[in-house]
Design a protein around this ligand. Structure first.
Ligand SMILES: [Zn+2]
Ligand SMILES: [Zn+2]
Length: 336
């Protein structure tokens, strides 16, 4: 138990691009919740969108959902103190149709705020905790959420072993997708304008890396297979990326939209080539569990983690990530 008067440091988003560290009470777990001490919390692409636009900003907003933590106190009795865990991120009301189905990401009542991982402690439902194997370090465990997204996407796309596939945008989700597709036996082409990211993709399982702003992905793919990519994932979240992913996939291809699209797109190519598209918004507890196993046997994935910052450095790190200037996955470390 923490003392009821105990306080902690947390990083609040008060307005667009404005973060401030404040001393606040340590949260008291409500019924069903456990108190956890945060070891690291990854900066997600969705945190960057919120940081940039100020959406959800307010006096009580603490971002961060890619949480790696240690259980301090679990009044439900499920987790012993000291257990190493990651957190299944969606936060729901617990009562609506979707929450009762175990799919809180579709909660009808929730406002989109998360558990507040950019803090020293947080309280989350004990049933949202996923155990981290002893062999998996904190940096690798921080990939459970994005890698859980990638593994879920690969399961939905269900490529045949040996299939030629394309991943556009080699940030965290893109690189996790490269690893997941390579593990499924695919021949992976991976595209990004930034060399550091192409280089990481080459070490993580991509057979071909390319700069999609300089090369025609579909033409290049057809040198390897007359049908072009069977599966193509858009992970850049850029307006051009969304258009290009339909152009890159071959006839009958399955298109996964994993970046957050911000512009309309012409679907002519999708129709003519009879492609099908899907999108997903997050991992499941099962895919996060699978991700922790995957990262345990693919230590090269920790290449994705390019830095650790303390609360005071988060605004700078986020601005650099937004501008694509440096870094891939940066972790926030509360005691740094
Ligand atoms: Zn995330
Ligand atoms: Zn709900």
């Amino acid at each position: 138990m923490t003392h009821p008067d105990a306080t902690m440091r947390a990083l609040f988003l008060s307005a667009a691009r404005r973060l401030e560290v404040r001393q606040v009470p340590v949260p008291q777990p409500r019924p069903g919740e456990a108190l956890i001490r945060i070891r690291v919390c990854g900066i997600c692409g969705s945190d960057l969108s919120v940081f940039k636009t100020g959406a959800l900003a307010g006096p009580d907003t603490v971002l961060g959902h890619e949480i790696v933590a240690e259980v301090v106190d679990d009044p439900t009795g499920t987790w012993p103190a000291g257990a190493r865990v990651v957190v299944f991120p969606p936060r729901g009301c617990g009562e609506c149709y979707w929450c009762r189905r175990g799919e809180p990401r579709h909660c009808e009542r929730h406002d989109g705020r998360g558990w507040g991982g950019f803090a020293e402690y947080t309280a989350v439902p004990a049933r949202h905790l996923v155990a981290v194997p002893d062999t998996v370090g904190a940096d690798a465990a921080a990939l459970a959420d994005p890698l859980g997204v990638a593994l879920r996407a690969v399961r939905i796309a269900a490529p045949e072993p040996g299939a030629l596939v394309y991943v556009n945008g080699l940030g965290t989700i893109g690189l996790c997708s490269v690893s997941a597709l390579a593990a499924a036996g695919c021949v992976v082409m991976a595209g990004d304008p930034i060399e550091e990211r192409r280089d990481a993709a080459g070490h993580i399982g991509a057979t071909v890396t390319l700069d999609p702003t300089r090369e025609d992905v579909y033409d290049l793919a057809r040198e390897r297979h007359p049908a072009g990519p069977r599966v193509a994932f858009e992970c850049s979240g850029t307006p051009d990326g969304l258009q290009e992913i339909f152009d890159a996939g071959g006839p009958g291809a399955t298109i996964g939209i994993l970046g957050i699209p911000t512009m309309p797109v012409l679907l002519l190519r999708m129709t003519v080539r009879e492609q099908r598209a899907f999108s997903i918004a997050g991992p499941t507890i099962e895919s996060m569990t699978e991700a922790l196993e995957h990262v345990g046997s693919h230590p090269e994935l920790t290449r994705i983690v390019t830095g650790r910052v303390g609360f005071d450095e988060v605004a700078d790190a986020m601005a650099a990530l937004v501008g694509g200037r440096r870094g891939i996955k940066v972790l926030v470390d509360p005691v740094r």
